[in-house]
Design a protein around this ligand. Structure first.
Ligand code: SF4
Length: 317
């Protein structure tokens, strides 16, 4: 009798969706990001039980409720440290952290920087709408100086943060920017981000039609003579964001410098796509080099309870 080989299960797109009612406001850009995440998981055929989605606080914080994987809705600004813990406990999981710009670049700014330099193999997606939507539209860290959205009594007198510039400085090894209402391109970016070995950071321009009446879908679509504000980097034949030789500091600096300049384009030309990519050893790989058992098993499967910790307590006594 020839051996029967069972083909691997193919997951349907529906299997990445929950039945929880999505209660974002009608027309919110979050819908485009949610759909892109689900489609990316579907394209990659990652088993839902091998995914952990971790969120902070804000409208975007509800995302894990709507994706049928493991998930945790954590505290304000704390998505990245919890995602870090999940990845360290089980490096076989695909870990995706999500949050808003206030959550990630304001309250969670310290974690944002330090997650970049750590380079665990995980993905961080930020829903960047320039306001704190959940609490009625206060200015968030990415709202530019001089801008006044409809719930602000005065224009902002603070400069806006450039998250891509921070990410370049922090050491993220994959850096991209997308647009919530261009789902096709966003799916492709999320797929690339998840496939990258290292910490991927994807900032997503997200429309908040309720509180941000400046960065609307009409604004992103362009001016009244038909110029779109979004410039696709993959349409530029001269654009080459991938570092070929990570040991070549000149090449690293040259690619970072070009990405930095591009991240400062404003107004009529906002670049979207992959800004920078470099392959470097991940934190998880380096850890497995020090603890060989981690190469075979995730930490959660190791018999830690058999270890005698008495000497440690004696030392602390
Ligand atoms: Fe979306 Fe803004 Fe409504 Fe929040 S407040 S759900 S960001 S439209």
């Amino acid at each position: 009798m020839p051996e029967t080989i069972t083909p691997p299960k193919k997951f349907s797109l529906q299997e990445y969706k929950t039945e929880v009612h999505v209660d974002w406001c009608p027309g919110c850009g979050d819908f485009g990001i949610l759909s892109s995440i689900q489609q990316a998981f579907f394209q990659l055929q990652i088993p839902p039980h091998r995914i952990a989605m971790i969120s902070g606080i804000g409208c975007s914080g509800k995302t894990p409720h709507y994706v049928d994987t493991y998930g945790l809705h954590t505290l304000h600004g704390r998505a990245l440290p919890v995602a870090t813990g999940a990845k360290l406990a089980n490096h076989q999981l695909t870990v995706v952290a999500v949050g808003g710009d206030g959550d990630g670049y304001g309250i969670g700014a310290g974690y944002f920087v330090n997650s970049g330099r750590r380079n665990l193999d995980m993905t961080y997606i930020v829903f960047n709408n320039g306001v704190y939507g959940l609490t009625k539209g206060q200015a968030s860290p990415t709202l530019g100086k001089g801008l006044q959205t409809k719930s602000m009594p005065e224009p902002s007198i603070q400069e806006g943060v450039n998250p891509l510039a921070v990410a370049l400085g922090a050491g993220y090894t994959w850096i991209g920017r997308g647009y919530a209402l261009d789902v096709k391109s966003l799916v492709s970016l999320i797929v690339q981000a998840i496939q990258h070995k290292g910490t991927s950071f994807l900032d997503v321009f997200q429309t908040c039609p309720v509180y941000n009446d400046l960065r609307t879908k009409e604004w992103y679509a362009g001016d009244d003579i038909g110029r779109t504000r979004l410039r696709r980097l993959d349409a530029d034949a001269s654009w080459d964001p991938v570092v070929k030789d990570p040991a070549n500091l000149d090449e690293v600096v040259q690619k970072k410098t070009r990405a930095l300049q591009t991240s400062y384009e404003t107004g009529d030309s906002l670049a979207v796509g992959l800004f920078y990519k470099i392959d470097l050893p991940t934190y998880d790989e380096q850890l497995a080099g020090k603890v060989p058992a981690l190469k075979e098993h995730p930490l959660i499967d190791l018999p830690l309870y058999q270890r005698d910790v008495t000497p440690l307590f004696d030392e602390l006594a």
